[in-house]
Design a binder for this molecule. Structure first.
Ligand SMILES: Nc1ncnc2c1ncn2[C@@H]1O[C@H](COP(=O)(O)OP(=O)(O)OP(=O)(O)O)[C@@H](O)[C@H]1O
Ligand SMILES: [Mg+2]
Length: 456
């Protein structure tokens, strides 16, 4: 490809002579008679190099260079000046010119300077390209997948990361919301400042308030000393409000004010505190619907929903399953020091056929379990949880126990199978079975004690 050179000079003769020379040398050439024409040419012609006179009417060489940089041009500038003096040269270089030539031009020297300048630009561009690529890889190093649905998410992260905009992460449980929140922080210039997480659903209303905003000594029963809140701890960094859909109306009001004004008071305090935090919130609820139904403050919803990122469920991007499986396989084989190399033939089908209601977390757990239980260097379908192996053949499972087994054995089978179905959540299993979570925990303890001790 021929390189483009723009000649800027108010003297027609000087332009003509240079043009002839450069065209002969194989460059593609455009001309401008003053700085303003040159600006236009920078835009349309997008030259790799500009040979510009220093003294011109309207816009001189130095101002042209400055404006070119403002426009985002990365053309190299070689200045030409009839007033050969060290001052002018220094001035031009200080302004960012690559080199300068003294008029009348020495043809050989001019070509050499131009070629060197272009080579240097090519090197700089290559280095910048490499840096960019390296940065991208580092940025999302733990996030596996290249399904279009996920790549679209990466694009939004890249755009949103450098800003202070509040980000709302939506998506089913286990789709990677927390991972994305961390990636946003890592990709921002706040990455050396704290990333502070608040699990909003885990705390009672009053605890959550003091956790977020801190409290003064003796502000409520049980508060012993003064405590800094997470907003303060996250100053300069990112505050991740997980499970935001679960917070009570009164905390919603206080959060709204903190987000709107970036200021708040500690519980029981009067001093107004100001912080610089980037807020990222996540929920697996449909927050728009919650707001519409009056269960979540609409104003707070809009305040959080500046940039919304919806993470696709795993079943909507099954093409990522093979990469995810090998990622977790490697991770857990290393973690448990097991020599697992891959999947036995046909095993991947079980992964692909499953619907993954628990998304990536469910897949990660399935692989971890298989690595722990697996007896050979290749995982087989037998190492996978029953939910992935499809319906059990007749003659196995709880159904076949009836009649002929003790009620205790039938209950055990029912509890274990239901737990598998709900990915191990005792709360959900209890709901399905119509018993209390405590009863399940009690039974699990019993079963564990009854099981033969594992070989050390
Ligand atoms: N694209 C991905 N690549 C690799 N690991 C992933 C990816 N997405 C999620 N994970 C892993 O899956 C697990 C669940 O992800 P995460 O905790 O971020 O989900 P979540 O959306 O916050 O779920 P919940 O709503 O239940 O809190 C984590 O261990 C996370 O590291
Ligand atoms: Mg989470």
């Amino acid at each position: 490809m021929r390189e483009r050179v723009l000649i800027v000079d108010d003297e027609q003769n000087a332009r003509d002579a240079l043009r002839t020379l450069l065209v002969e040398e194989g460059y593609e050439v455009a001309e401008a008679a003053d700085g303003e024409e040159a600006l236009e040419a920078l835009d349309h012609f997008a030259p790799a190099a500009v040979l510009s006179d220093m003294r011109m009417p309207k816009l001189d060489g130095r101002s042209l260079l400055k404006r070119a940089r403002e426009m985002g041009s990365d053309a190299v500038f070689v200045m030409m000046t009839a007033y050969a003096s060290i001052d002018v040269a220094v001035e031009a270089m200080r302004a960012g010119a690559e080199n300068f030539l003294v008029k009348p031009l020495d043809v050989g020297a001019a070509l050499m300077v131009l070629q060197k300048a272009l080579e240097k630009r090519a090197l700089l561009r290559e280095a910048a390209g490499l840096r960019e690529r390296v940065r991208e890889r580092v940025r999302f190093k733990n996030i596996v997948g290249d399904a279009p649905e996920l790549v679209a998410v990466f694009d939004v992260i890249k755009q949103a990361a450098p800003t202070k905009a509040t980000v709302l992460l939506l998506g089913e449980s286990g789709t990677g919301k927390e991972l994305i929140a961390q990636a946003l922080h890592e990709a921002s210039d706040r990455k050396d400042k704290p990333f502070v997480k608040v699990a909003c659903a885990a705390l009672s209303e009053s605890l959550l308030e003091s956790e977020l905003f801190g409290h003064e000594k003796g502000s409520f029963t049980g508060s012993i000393g003064r405590k800094e809140g997470r907003f303060e701890l996250a100053d300069g960094g990112t505050l991740f409000l997980d499970e935001i859909g679960e917070i009570s109306p009164s905390v919603q009001v206080k959060l709204l004010r903190a987000l709107q004004q970036r200021e708040f008071e500690r519980v029981g305090g009067t001093q107004t505190l100001k912080v610089d935090v980037r807020v990222v919130a996540a929920t697996n609820r449909d927050l728009a619907a919650e707001a519409k139904a009056g269960r979540f403050r609409e104003d707070l919803y809009y305040r959080l929903n500046v940039v919304a990122i919806t993470l696709p469920p795993l079943r909507a991007r099954k093409s990522d399953i093979p990469a995810l499986v090998s990622h977790f396989l490697e991770k857990y084989a290393t973690a448990y020091g097991k020599d697992v190399k891959g999947l036995a033939p046909g095993t991947l089908n079980a992964f692909l056929a499953h619907d993954w209601p628990g998304n990536i977390r469910e897949l990660e757990n399935a692989v971890e379990r298989a690595v722990v239980l697996g007896k050979s260097s290749e995982l087989t379908a037998d190492d996978l949880p029953a939910t992935l192996r499809g319906p059990r053949p007749l003659g196995q499972g709880a159904g076949s126990l009836i009649p002929g087994a003790t009620l205790h054995a039938i209950e055990r089978e029912a509890i274990l199978r239901t737990l598998e179905m709900v990915q191990g959540s005792t709360i959900r299993a209890a709901q399905v079975l119509g018993i209390s979570p405590r009863k399940i925990q009690y039974r699990l303890k019993e079963y564990a004690e009854a099981a033969p001790a594992e070989a050390e």
